[in-house]
Design a binder for this molecule. Sequence first.
Ligand code: CAA
Length: 308
Amino acid sequence: MAEKVSTSYFLKRPRDLVEISRVGVIGAGAMGSGIAQICAEVGWKVTMYDAFQESLKKGDESIRDFWKKGVERGKTTIENVESWSENISLTSEISIASRGMDLIIEAVPEKIELKKSVFREIEVFAPEGALLATNTSGLSISEIASVTETPERVIGMHFFNPVPLMPLLEIIRHENVSEEAVSLAKKAGESLGKTAIVVNDFPGFATSRLGVVLGNEAIRMLAEGVASASDIDTAMRLGYRHPMGPLELSDLVGLDVRRDILNSLADAFQDESYRPHQMLESLVASGDLGKKTGKGIYDWTSGDKVER
Ligand code: CAA
């Protein structure tokens, strides 16, 4: 549960590191920047790449902001923040985030063709021994690995938002992955203070499949008028002890992200019951993607969650 996560943060994180010391992170969105942050905190040298300068800047700011708040909350010190800062560099050249790295973690948007093109590119620059990981929430790891010459070192390493506070790492193995890659991914997760589970390469893995179905059903219930958004969320928070309701969580993760996962599940299982509800489609179409755009299921523009 959330309170357990938070108390262990910074305090009990293991410090004995695996062989990995240089990490490239591809994509500086919420996930990429969170991953870069935790790598920097355990002393790894991280190079964060994004094709867009604006995203790179935003990702970097969100890391600094988290650390600043951490100092204010007495969770860490200015000295720690200074030393972590030195571990992060930014680049808009994918080759720079790939050359000389021990581990490269891709965290670009959930579009299979985009992910495949990233893997084709990073493989050209990555050292032979580097582990190549994708943070996809539910796309086929096997399909992503298939575009490389070395699928045995391609693996799923699925982190959760907000990355610094969430204790799970979902490792996804596929038919051609090597045991060394699985064990290195597990060790990397442990070094980052995460609890790793290993799952097989099924669409949506063990987490997203359940998570998005819950969110989609909550949206259907909202559209049907079962209850208000905040009452549906309260139902799951207090009735089921979820740290966050499914609707506010959808806004946190991003409605576009959730919509894309639902569509990929519907396609992969050939089951229309996974398709995003019309209300979710409409919100995405109107650019209301959740917290990141100010509006989603809720209105977040005031800084607080307001029913729409
Ligand atoms: N620096 C250091 N510590 C910080 C911090 C900071 N900047 N910000 C927060 N913390 C610490 C707090 O101090 C607090 O610790 P203590 O309990 O020791 O005081 C703890 O983190 C929690 O912070 P808050 O009290 O501010 O927030 P909260 O208790 O409301 O928890 C949450 C926030 C962890 C996000 C919680 O609401 C939660 O677990 N929500 C569910 C999130 C979730 O389900 N994520 C998965 C999404 S799906 C996904 O990501 C998959 C995908 O592929 C899309």
